[in-house]
Write a protein that binds this ligand. Structure first.
Ligand code: AMP
Length: 559
């Protein structure tokens, strides 16, 4: 056998610190603007950010944090959190971003499971830290992300971030780490069971940042001002804190005020061109735009994902405000980006309605991710846009196993099963129809709850809607719509049901509608259908009482 002929190129490791080093050196004057927890706007440059990230690295090493050890963060989107994004992995420790919206017991579980040595926290979370500290005996210190003058009064002894980093000179060379070493740790939301850790590597974080920046992904550049509304405590704010310095884009960090008015004002004041967030946030922004009668002057595009973007929202942004919506899909286990919906040349030549139908889907994979849908027998299903299957993915920024679950791999034949149910069309566009556990199984056929929710929220009186399966004696399960009306709006069950006619297959028609005041959400803003299903466990559908005279007919016959 002949030995392989190796390429003769430099083996420069892909490290997270190289991203901020690049931005500091080549985009040194570009700004990072943060709305601070203290209430004011803070502004500095990539150059200053890198110096302070180095000071943080020095401070943590002085506290005795070793390479590979975890340092937690409980913080909003702001410049100090960004410094942790680079300062912690920069010297070889692991930045563990924690979602403060989880239940305190889950947070304590996560901190202990990750074995965090120190936890950096925004002062808004001081009461939470006081509650957590007794449950997390292995944490060696809690560091308040503020200066001495804003140090909160707390039961727990805490260190002050500014004091710690001021003691360091910032003269530090980022080490050339092994690019496969761990960079960031994120836990899943844990809607079922305990949250699980996805441990990214320097290599995967940098490759993901490249992928996220591509023209057919977020398309970032040094002419952009990017505002991640998606929190830095949830899957790296979709990689934007890494991708922005890679491109030298201005970064605008909104802090804790994520209501429509606050976001709009920040976008206008800072000339934001690109924003990213979950649909719930954009609902608030659209409501503010309409109520205040204002428009965007610089925003060109918004990336919407984390949950399905309702077509009505896509149209509102595009038709009313001239802002391009880029629907995106991904998950914690994928760093998170998997697919984005942007039309290729051939698709853009189709009639407008056909273009829109494509853009409502979750789109095409970014280079680096490979996907397939499989049936119950594990066999790959066709890409015909009709066949539903379990979605499996693989790629260099997809997890191989969960943190500290070394025995047992989640992979099936080398692919990661996402837990999502989807179709893929002949264009290679993914359409997520459900989570595996949310799909409605009616008479052996599957009904997409997301598709029915999209129809419901397209009704002008509906603010939000969830579709869940209800037990049915004949069909096993049938869809129930649980909806929240917009303030002041009126709508009857019959009117909403009539709105579905002609928009979905006859056998997909919801069996009933219930109006409630508020829908339960997970810590990451997704509908908490598990809770809704529990709430409506004993709900009796009107069609369940009259099975002989079932209005549905046979599923197959009505297809
Ligand atoms: P998380 O790990 O918390 O980011 O959640 C990932 C899950 O959110 C995915 O597996 C999907 O079920 C859901 N999700 C993310 N983006 C979308 C989207 N654009 N459309 C539908 N579901 C989505």
């Amino acid at each position: 056998m002949t030995a392989p002929l190796f390429g003769q190129m430099m083996d420069v490791p892909l490290t997270v610190s190289s991203l901020i080093a690049h931005a500091a050196r080549y985009h040194g004057d570009t700004q990072i603007v943060s709305r601070r927890i203290e209430g004011d706007i803070h502004r500095y440059t990539y150059r200053e950010c890198e110096t302070r990230a180095k000071q943080l690295a020095q401070a943590l090493m002085a506290l005795g944090v070793a390479r590979g050890e975890r340092v937690g963060t409980l913080a909003w989107n702001g410049y100090r959190h960004l410094e942790a994004y680079f300062g912690v992995p920069g010297f070889g420790a692991v930045c563990h971003t924690i979602n403060p919206r989880l239940f305190p017991e889950q947070i304590a579980y996560i901190i202990n499971h990750a074995d965090d040595q120190y936890v950096l926290f925004d002062i808004t979370f001081a009461p939470l830290i006081d509650a957590l500290a007794p449950q997390c005996p292995n944490v060696r210190g809690w560091i308040a992300l503020t200066d001495e003058s804003h140090r909160p009064a707390m039961r727990t002894p805490v260190l002050c971030y500014e004091t710690l980093i001021e003691a360091q000179d910032g003269r530090y060379e980022w080490p050339q780490l092994d690019e496969r070493s761990a960079s960031v740790l994120c836990y899943t939301s844990g809607t079922t069971g305990n949250p699980k850790g996805a441990l990214y590597s320097h290599r995967s974080s940098v490759l993901h940042a490249y992928g996220a920046s591509l023209p057919d992904a977020m398309g970032l550049s040094s002419r952009d001002a990017v505002l991640p509304v998606v929190p830095m405590f949830h899957v790296n704010a979709w990689g934007i804190p890494h991708a922005a310095p890679l491109n030298g884009a201005k970064l605008v960090l909104p802090g804790k005020d994520l209501d429509g008015k606050s976001l709009y004002e920040l976008m206008e004041a800072e000339g934001v061109t690109c924003a990213a967030g979950v649909p719930t946030v954009w609902l608030g922004l659209l409501a503010h735009l309409r109520a205040a009668g204002v428009r965007f002057s610089t925003l060109t595009r918004t990336v919407i994902g984390g949950s399905a973007c309702p077509p009505a929202m896509l149209r509102a942004f595009e038709d009313e405000y001239g802002v391009q919506v880029i629907h995106a899909w991904g998950m914690t286990e994928m760093s998170p980006l998997g697919t984005l919906a942007k039309l290729n040349w051939a698709q853009s030549q189709r009639p407008l309605e056909a273009q829109r139908a494509q853009l409502e889907k979750q789109g095409r994979v970014i280079y680096g991710v490979d996907m397939k849908i499989v049936g119950p027998d594990g066999k790959e299903l066709p890409w015909d846009g009709v066949a539903f299957g379990d979605l499996h993915v693989r790629g260099p920024w997809v997890i191989d196993r969960y943190f500290r679950q070394e025995s047992g791999t989640p992979l099936v034949d080398g692919w990661f099963p996402t837990g999502d149910v989807a179709t893929i069309d002949p264009d290679g566009f993914l359409h997520i129809t459900d989570r595996t556990k949310d799909v409605i199984k009616s008479g052996g056929e599957w009904i997409s709850s997301i598709s029915l929710e999209n129809v419901a929220v397209a009704h002008p009186a509906v603010a939000e809607a969830a579709c869940i399966a209800c037990a049915h004696p004949r069909w096993t399960e049938r869809p129930l719509i649980v909806a929240v009306l917009k303030p002041g709006a009126t709508l009857t069950r019959e009117e909403l049901l009539a709105f579905f006619v002609g928009k979905v297959a006859k056998w997909w028609m919801p069996d009933d509608v219930v109006f409630i005041n508020e829908l339960p959400h997970t810590a990451t803003g997704k509908l908490l259908k598990l809770k809704l299903r529990e709430q409506f466990r004993d709900y009796v559908l009107p069609t369940a009482l009259d099975t002989d005279n079932c209005p549905l007919g046979e599923n197959e016959a009505n297809r």
